[in-house]
Design a protein around this ligand. Sequence first.
Ligand SMILES: [Zn+2]
Length: 329
Amino acid sequence: MRFFIKSFLVLQFVFSFSIVKGQSSLADSLFHPDSLRNIVEVLASDSLEGRFTGTAGNLKAAYLIADEFKKAKLNPVAGNKGFFQEIKPAWFNVIGAIKGRSKPGQIIIFSAHYDHIGTTETNPYPGLGGNAIAEKKDKIYNGANDNASGVAAVISLAKYFKQTENNERTLIFIGFTGEEMGLLGSKYLVNVFEPDSIVAVINIEMIGRTDQGKSKPFITGAEFSDLKNILNNNYKTYADKPEKEFFKKDPYQQSLFTRSDNYSFALKGVPAHSIMQTSPYDKYYHNLNDETETLDFVLMKKIIYGIAIGTTGLIKGTDTPTRIKELIK
Ligand SMILES: [Zn+2]
């Protein structure tokens, strides 16, 4: 009898230990630098020709993301064709969801735009983006950092949250098109959802390169809601070896808050911010050299892990950020 009890206790201990270990090894494999590189490499390959909205290369990217959403076992959202939300012919947002267990009507969005500026023939902003000579002597803006890095984060987080499956709120994962042409994908999508049902938008932009020695991500427009505090508090509570104040405020005066898809939601009062790493002065921003080889995948892993842990209270339904009031006209 005694032996039995003893071994039972030992087994229980091993079991609960393995749950914790299971989650961190899940993060280790899904956010592994090689896993992230595999996704970025495909999206930023020359065959996608810079993913300019409306082109065949952009469509290929959409199919690749939908394929990853399928592998992640996400569900399509009603009203769309599978994972595709058609904006107009050959323009698609890619959308997948994990239904919330007890609060399905409350939504947390994880998003990143997958379109980029194409080639030297299509770039809508020629002259911007620095004059560094194309090291590969090509004409394709591969957009590895802008924003295959953010898409890799969204895909990895979708797989992570599906497998941990403890979301009380509904999680929606989105690859936006049309961002580089004026946030067109998110402007379309925001009118389809009831803004009050969206609790928060975590938009992920350019997390693959750093400069000035900075090794922590920043949140655009952090002053408009208390999302940054929520992320930092959860990160501090749940991360293995947390770093102090992991999510910083945007140190640049470059209106980054208004320059990505989070802004379409913020205008409707939704606490919607972008998490970024790269500075707007990055030498390869909108540049022909924004290639896979220039990304720091160890840094990306750290940021994506930070987001997975920092959003714990949001996905469990215990944290609700303040709404954005200042921008509503
Ligand atoms: Zn861009």
